[in-house]
Design a protein around this ligand. Structure first.
Ligand code: PMP
Length: 349
């Protein structure tokens, strides 16, 4: 830390992203990417002609991309907001809707960035424990009287809430924004999209990084009432209006033209998830019920850290969190059947 760093950030604990090793090839099951490449349409769309136009700034309104997203999800373009990955949406939402007098609530075990954004923007965070069996305890959020953010399915547990449960939270907090982070919703959970018309305080946050195989392109979007989207635009236009580059914009549109390809991939991942869950259980693991493209599992009697290190030494990368309550768990991304068989082979050692 230099002596020039603002005091505001002196105590800030930044988020630690999963490893992206460049030194050797691992079976990479640590950051919940898709094991499948983007669709052929995406490869065609990001072509030499598009590259030759990189001397020109991209469209800051992302007009074509927003229209295509609106058409895909049955809303208007004014209900859609896009950014450079959904982490930026989370960040801008904390800026737009939270402050010292407008705190936010989220579970103790959830996506680690929520508490980082809370610290970054000096927002009071109410951290609510998951139940003993790692479920979001919905009554804790009913009439809570603050903003709320919940990942559905939750991460890293993978456990999903029902639409009725989400609705209870949204409905009972009409004067606060309820953000539902649906990064993993395409792997079998239920989206809150059907609630959008009824609730002006609901913001749904999505990403292209998981089911749409574009983690490397960085593209996230939010869907919500036009007034909420306008608030987010206000923040974006005060930071970086050109945050989505030309190539990502065309990739994002082409991706939506290949919905069948991505749905088929998601179905494959769900099948391999069920296979992996059974195989881990057969080896004595406890596996939480997952609605996501990862499983959260522990083997009684073995420390999570030791297992993580053993797998790493044997060429398999998974995610381990050095955090109370979940220190013995590993979060394992679901890859292809072949990748999961390699994981199981190493575990059998
Ligand atoms: N929300 C959750 C719950 C996540 O796990 C992630 C991925 N780390 C994100 C949001 C952010 O994804 P991205 O910025 O790649 O869109």
């Amino acid at each position: 830390m230099s002596r020039f760093l603002s005091q505001r950030f002196a105590a800030l604990e930044p988020y630690t992203p999963g490893e992206q090793p460049q030194d050797r090839t691992y079976i990479k099951l640590n950051t919940n990417e898709s094991p499948y490449p983007p669709s052929p349409r995406v490869l065609e769309a990001v072509n030499a002609e598009q590259v030759s136009m990189l001397n020109l700034y991209p469209d800051p309104t992302c007009g074509l991309l927003r229209e295509k997203l609106a058409e895909t999800y049955g809303v208007g373009p004014e209900n859609v907001f896009v950014t450079n990955g959904s982490d930026d949406i989370l960040n801008m939402s904390f800026m737009a809707f939270c402050d010292r007098d407008h705190g936010i609530a989220f579970p103790d075990i959830t996506y680690g960035f929520y508490s980082v954004y809370g610290q970054l923007h000096d927002v009071p965070c109410r951290v609510i424990p998951l139940t003993e069996d790692y479920q979001v305890h919905v009554p804790d959020y009913v009439n809570i009287g603050s903003n709320v953010i919940i990942a559905n399915p939750n991460a890293p547990t993978g456990i999903a809430l029902s639409l009725e449960e989400i609705e209870r939270i949204v409905q009972s907090n009409p004067d606060h924004v309820v953000m539902i982070d649906e990064a993993y919703v395409d792997f079998g959970a239920v989206s809150a999209l059907p609630l959008l018309g009824q609730y002006k305080n609901l913001l749904i946050i999505r990403t292209y990084s998981k089911s749409r195989s574009l983690a490397g392109a960085r593209l996230g979007f939010a869907i919500g009432d036009a007034a909420l989207i306008e608030d987010l635009e206000r923040i974006k236009y005060s930071m970086n209006p050109y945050d989505i580059n030309r190539l990502t914009q065309v990739a994002g549109i082409a991706c939506l033209e290949s919905d069948d390809y991505y749905k088929a991939n998601a179905e494959k991942i769900i099948r391999v998830r069920d296979y992996t869950t059974k195989a881990l259980e057969a080896r004595g693991f406890t596996v939480l019920p997952s609605g996501a493209n990862f499983v959260f599992a522990k083997k009684p009697g073995i420390a999570g850290k030791d297992l993580y290190q053993f797998l790493r030494e044997n060429g398999v990368l998974v995610r381990w969190f050095d955090k109370e309550r979940i220190r013995d768990f590993l979060r394992i991304t679901i890859g292809t059947r072949e990748q999961m068989d390699k994981l199981l082979f190493v575990l059998d050692k």
